[in-house]
Design a protein around this ligand. Sequence first.
Ligand code: PRX
Length: 678
Amino acid sequence: MTSHQPERDIDSSLHEDRVFEPPAAASVGSAPWHVGSLTEYEAEHERSVKDPAGYWGMVARRLRWMGPYERVLEGQFPDARWFTGGRLNACDNCVDRFVDEGYGDETAIVWEGEPELSGGGSGAPEVRRLTYKDLQEQTARLGNALKKLGAKKGDVVTIYMGMVPELVIAMLACARIGCPHSVIFGGFSSQAIADRVVDANSRIILTCDGAWRRGKVVPLKDNVDKAIEMMGGQSPVEHVLCFGRCHNDIAWGSPDRCWQEEMAAASDDCPCEPMDAEDMLFLLYTSGSTGKPKGIVHTTAGYLLYTAHTARLVFNLVPDAGQLYWCTADCGWITGHSYIVYGILQNRVPTLMYEGAPNFPAEDRFWDIVERHKVTHFYTAPTAIRAFMKWGEEHPRGHDLSSLQVLGTVGEPINPAAWMWYREVIGGGSSGKQPCPIVDTYWQTETGGHAITPLPGATPTRPGSCTRPFFGIDAAVVHADGSECEPDKGGLMVIRKPWPGMLRGVYGDRERFIETYFSTVMIDGKPVYTAGDGARRDRDGNFWIMGRIDDVINVSGHRLGTMEVESALVAHEAVVEAAVVGVPHEIKGTGIAAFVTLAKGHAPSESLKRELGEHVAQTIGAIARPDQVRFAEALPKTRSGKIMRRLLRDVAAGVDGQQDTSTLEDFTVLAKLRENDE
Ligand code: PRX
């Protein structure tokens, strides 16, 4: 997994001494803290790690079961199984149980569309509120519509939709009838859809005609059509069910069905399918260190329990306390799966969804939403915070943000300056009020839910540290031989014991599952989970994530494999060889620098740079468009032929992308220096 020594690579120079004690609950809202002191956290954490079965067995009483489980935990890494024999349904736990308990008329989802309604010239945004009863009815109808299209328990259904409530309805309807979903982020290209659909052998795609983004329509249905065309004879797709959102022109072919019509014709009687605890709930593709994204498999009971429990304690969710939770992620990422949908709905706290961009029609859109809806919990990515900082304080200052109680971040390390700005400007610190606590949550697609994170009422926080492991997480920073690193010394981030939310596999690729996560570090001869991140732990036991140590880069909190971008580049006729590295970027955290050598007959030029950038965006999606494209006569390599990425990283970081010219790089001098170094 690692292509170089983590200890050499990790920047341990970041020191941050400011400590912020957790506030008293009364100063940030009406609900008491679930965990109210560090002592309580420490005692409970110790207990949860010593006796995972006892701990999670106790928590599992919060789920609604359809049949009892036999054992809480069976087996070990890599094949730990949770709640074996138990039966339950994810949609039932998010929706139906609350209808049965008498909360059917309460709001489950508050949705705001991007466009402002033109009717009457009010300029008011379009808002929809869906109750648990609405979700029950809609997921039942869609479940029946899917069955009519031939969906059977266990079939993977692909979802490629914009941020409309129907996307959540689609996920829950799949869960309702026992079909694992595979959600593809709406920003991904046709090629990305094709790869994922073929890998999952998915016969049904749920999509929208389009999605609103900065006032323009993203042509989702067209992208699906192109993907099907690209798959050609390999295409497993039989049906495309299309939700009409933007009313843009779309082609209508034989596999296509109209969502609204099918829903109207379907019965609303569709009981939740009893699923085995370890049946696959969903599959979510994420980037790794090869060119091919991998389908991370999550199962039903462990994932549900873990997301519900982390959401409850990390955000301090309490039903009937007037809370309104908003996570700004897209449902196409794990953050949306766990903390827009499953973890939040299970807590019976309404979840807000926003369809569009943070700067449409103006750069205060998010703060306008917080003020109008009285959002109490706000969860976003450091890259967004850095963009807000750049846009200027006047935008949040122009709105009443006093409803906010807890702030969260996720996706990448947060720089202390952004953390402080979040606390002072968004969390109200600079207004003299008790600032909202910040939870910097470290986790991954593979962990299912938060792995290392503060608890808002218990953990003293430090800007830039994700602080302490969540309950049941036996986290450590270790050397490659498994021994624990000294405090403040960089090493590999590992988890030594199974936890309920852990991935259960890489879809269709057992070897890759074992190789990627359970082959790098052994302790007492047994594998531990290796996260692929470098980290250090300080003397007080706080974790500091130093970033990826494999060939994965984190661009604006989105995960991309350097090899994916390289494969896209070499598929262009002008490119012979490509090497892609991460480069520090003011807003994105990490940007993408691509070094390419050109085929005969192609010369470096600004227009070719743009063309290559566009080509990558078309092949993968706009998030993968390189920030720098640089031409080289040859790529610097070691004598054994390995590309010297460290050297490329240095070259890329030393140059401001703006001033970058299209001239050829001369690596020979630096490369020779490096060779002598080896
Ligand atoms: O490098 C870590 C970084 O994001 C990676 C996981 O990416 P993904 O699976 O797409 O999930 C992102 C949302 C959970 C990790 O390996 N990462 C995530 N959260 C943090 C982080 N790095 C530092 N601090 C965080 N809070």
